[in-house]
Design a protein around this ligand. Structure first.
Ligand code: HEC
Length: 151
């Protein structure tokens, strides 16, 4: 499957996720997005273990986890509605999420593309560069700008 087809599928996935996450987001958007990010974190850890040589390279495992990330990034686009700066639990989202909504949403879109690039990796040698790019341009870039430090 080529990258374009994958992106197509993730778009379909995100449309499906949109309907689903809407009702959840109304219950508590903060809980919802923290859960989505936790899944992203767990998927990242599974792939990082392979990249670090702690687990054997398995393209299917890489793909499955990278697709979880792409799906959760797509779902996250609906999980920061106006007025959800705080929820039932304290949120670490910075006010910039709402004051620079375009920048935030673009980073999520770029992150979907980056996760899809990781999902497309079939050679072990291509994993580190793709994962490194995602780590820097997605996780690190967004957390530095849009996430408060731990209290
Ligand atoms: C476009 C922005 C954005 C991107 C991209 C992003 N994050 Fe996050 N992440 C956030 C924000 C904002 C929070 C805080 C959410 C809150 O507390 O309301 C967060 C929280 C988290 C958390 C804590 C979840 C919890 O239990 O509270 C983890 C883990 C995490 N991110 C992992 C990752 C990883 C790994 C990546 C990259 C593969 C990533 N994130 C990419 C914005 C982003």
């Amino acid at each position: 499957m080529n990258l374009r087809a994958k992106i197509g599928i993730s778009v379909i996935g995100s449309v499906a996720a949109l309907g689903l996450s809407f009702s959840i987001a109304q219950a508590d958007a903060v809980t919802d997005r923290q859960e989505a990010m936790k899944q992203v974190g767990d998927a990242m850890k599974a792939i990082a273990a392979i990249a670090k040589g702690e687990a054997a390279f398995d393209a299917a495992v890489v793909k499955a986890n990278a697709e979880i990330m792409a799906k959760q990034f797509a779902a996250a686009k609906t999980m920061f509605p106006d007025g959800s700066e705080t929820g039932e639990k304290p949120s670490r989202a910075k006010p910039e999420v709402w004051s620079d909504k375009d920048g935030f949403m673009k980073l999520l879109d770029d992150s979907i593309t980056g996760a899809n690039a990781v999902a497309a990796v079939t050679e072990e040698s291509a994993l580190r560069p793709a994962l490194g790019a995602l780590g820097n341009n997605s996780c690190k870039a967004c957390h530095e700008k849009f996430r408060k430090p731990k209290e």
